[in-house]
Every structure is written in C-alpha cells, then in structure tokens.
Design a protein. Structure first.
Length: 255
C-alpha cells in the first residue's frame, strides 16, 4: 500500500510540474472573465463558485457576454454547451488511456477535462511516461483549477480597476498556440492544424461559435485522410494494455 501511495504521489507531482508553464497564461484569461463578471454585476463570491463549478473559460465568458446583452438564459446555456462540444472529441481521445480507472474516478477526471489537461496528458500517456495516470492527470488539473478560480475571483474583485491598456485578452490565443505547437509533429498534425485554423477564421460568422466545432471536425477528418496510419501513435505504448478491469482500480485505496 505504501508503494502504491508513493507512486501516486510521485505521479501527481510530475503532473503538477508539467502544467507549471501553462499556469501564467491562465491568469490573464481568468482576470478577463472575472472583469466581465464584475461588469455584469456579479459579486466576487458568486464569480468564485461559478468559476469553480463551471471550470470552462470560453463557455463562461460567452455566457457572461450574452447575459450582459440581455440574451435569454436558455440561449446563454445552449451557447455554453455548443462551445464545449469540443470536449466530446477530447474525451474520445482520452478514453483509451483511462480504461483501467474506476468509473467514479473517470467521472471526476471528466470534470477537469480542458484544452490544457488534454494537450498535456495524452502525449504523456501515449509515451507511457507515468505509472499512475489518474494521479498524473489530477496533478495537471488541480493547479489549473486553483489558478483559474483565484484568477477569476481576483478579476471580479478588481473589476474596472484593471487598465485596458494591458490587453489581457491577448494571452488567451497565446496559451492555445503554446499547447498546439509541441503537438504538431507529423504530416497529419500539420494538415489538421492548418485546416482547423483556416476553418475557424472562415467560420467566425457562424452563430453560437459553431464555426469552431465545424473547423475542429474538419481538421481532424482531413488530418486523418492525410496520415491514415497515424505515425505519431507508433512511438508510444498501447493505451491501457494492462488488462485491468475498469472498475478494478489498483490505486483506489490510496488517499
């Protein structure tokens, strides 16, 4: 049991170290959302619990902007759902690597599924760099969650006191570029990134940010056609080839 706990603790620390470079870019993103919440009239405490429960920056920002324009609540909620449709693709990509994790823990992990956690966890799992995938994933997610909730709360507390000249919103695309570039390593990845990028720009006028979802699907499809063998997959270990049953988590006893 002590060895299992030690392994989990080590994997958690490895995940926390891996996510450290991404944390600074999440601070201005959270501040932008917090300021938008303050402009809407939300109390900092309300901004805190909403950020902690939603944990979806783009969707939260879209909801706040729509509510600020007096859009119906139903429209704001549906927009958030559409913006988050990309997580369905992320979950499909992550699923093969967490089959050995118990069902209830997979529900916990799904709450923390973000662009950052997906972009950092899947390459590590594919290369079989961590003995405890659940702990590693949580090591990525927990610092992100803390950084996000505190940043949104700080933005909501400061409100309009943050100088507009800082242009904090510029950090958001920089964060996604930092996640994208290291993962574009083969022909399929290059084609998918190019098609997705062009499609996202071309689809800016599509309502409810559906252009992003369409562009992402187009990028994935064309990327698979360009590199059907998936040369990137052959470099790492097979997903969850250990034969552990989904509800038989070997690390479940650890704290």
């Amino acid at each position: 049991m002590r060895d299992v706990t030690s392994t989990a603790r080590s994997a958690f620390v490895d995940g926390a170290r891996a996510v450290l470079p991404a944390l600074p870019a999440n601070v201005p993103f959270g501040l932008v959302v917090g300021v938008a919440a303050a402009n809407l009239g939300l109390h900092p405490v309300t901004a805190l619990w909403s950020a902690g429960l939603l944990f979806a920056g783009a969707a939260q920002l879209a909801m706040i902007e729509l509510l600020a324009r007096d859009a119906p609540v139903v429209v704001a909620v549906l927009t958030a759902i559409v913006v988050n449709l990309r997580y369905a693709m992320y979950s499909a990509g992550l699923a093969p690597y967490v089959r050995s994790v118990s069902r209830r823990w997979r529900l916990v992990l799904s709450f923390f599924l973000l662009d950052v956690t997906y972009a950092l966890s899947v390459p590590a799992f594919r290369a079989d760099e961590t003995p405890d995938r659940r702990a590693y994933y949580l090591g990525l997610a927990v610092p992100l969650w803390l950084t996000w909730t505190l940043s949104v709360t700080a933005g909501a507390s400061l409100g309009t006191d943050l100088p507009p000249a800082w242009h904090l919103e510029f950090a958001i695309p920089l964060l996604f570029l930092a996640l994208l570039v290291p993962n574009v390593r083969d022909r399929g990845g290059v084609v998918a990134a190019a098609v997705g990028g062009v499609g996202a720009v071309a689809g800016l006028g599509i309502p409810f940010d559906l252009g992003l979802v369409v562009a992402a699907l187009a990028g994935v499809g064309v990327g698979l056609l360009a590199d059907p063998e998936g040369s990137d997959e052959s470099d790492g270990a097979e997903p969850d080839a250990d034969g552990v049953e989904p509800d038989d988590d070997p690390t479940e006893a650890e704290p």
